[in-house]
Design a protein around this ligand. Structure first.
Ligand code: HEC
Length: 148
């Protein structure tokens, strides 16, 4: 007699999160955020990031910007994927939405919830892109990477 109950549970679970599974995620980080993540929404996120975030956090996410220096901000280097690895998406969402210390809030007039989630996926992708990019000549010579 458990079966109908289980079916109802399963149905309820699926109905709670309809929008999370609507698109094939381009990155694994996308699987976790409650928003549609596609190459198009990521392209939008990149523009939004360049407009509202890069002046402090930097195009590459390393936080080494003139403004951060001028404001004496302590920035985390997102181009190293380890720096955000143990931060929850929910926490990052709150910081972006509400601001924190000297970081200004990104209010809903500038970015909708979906767009903030896409910003988070975008920010995490900055860290992931790092090992593949031959940033310095020395890095390229120490990583021959045959099978890839
Ligand atoms: C005026 C400079 C400034 C701007 C503009 C800015 N930030 Fe920040 N941001 C900061 C600072 C400073 C912190 C660290 C806050 C703290 O923990 O004290 C931070 C922290 C964060 C964090 C938490 C993780 C971390 O590195 O500490 C996220 C996520 C973040 N910012 C995203 C964004 C996004 C997305 C935008 C654009 C919508 C943005 N920021 C715009 C200065 C800025």
């Amino acid at each position: 007699m458990l079966k109908p109950f289980l079916l109802i549970c399963a149905a309820a679970l699926f109905s709670i999160a309809p929008s999370t599974v609507s698109a094939a995620p381009p990155q694994d980080a996308a699987a976790k955020v409650p928003a549609k993540v596609t190459p198009e929404t990521q392209a939008k996120a990149q523009k939004l990031y360049a407009r509202d975030c890069a002046l402090c956090h930097g195009e590459t996410g390393d936080g080494k910007t003139d403004l951060a220096k001028d404001m004496q901000l302590t920035m985390i280097d997102w181009s190293d994927s380890k720096t955000l690895a143990n931060r929850q998406d929910q926490e990052l969402f709150k910081i972006i939405r509400n601001g924190k210390d000297k970081m200004p809030a990104e209010d809903s007039g500038r970015a909708k919830d979906d767009e903030v989630w896409n910003l988070i996926v975008y920010i995490r992708s900055l860290g992931k892109a790092q090992p593949a990019a031959p940033a310095t000549p020395t890095a390229a010579t120490t990583a021959p990477a045959p099978g890839n």
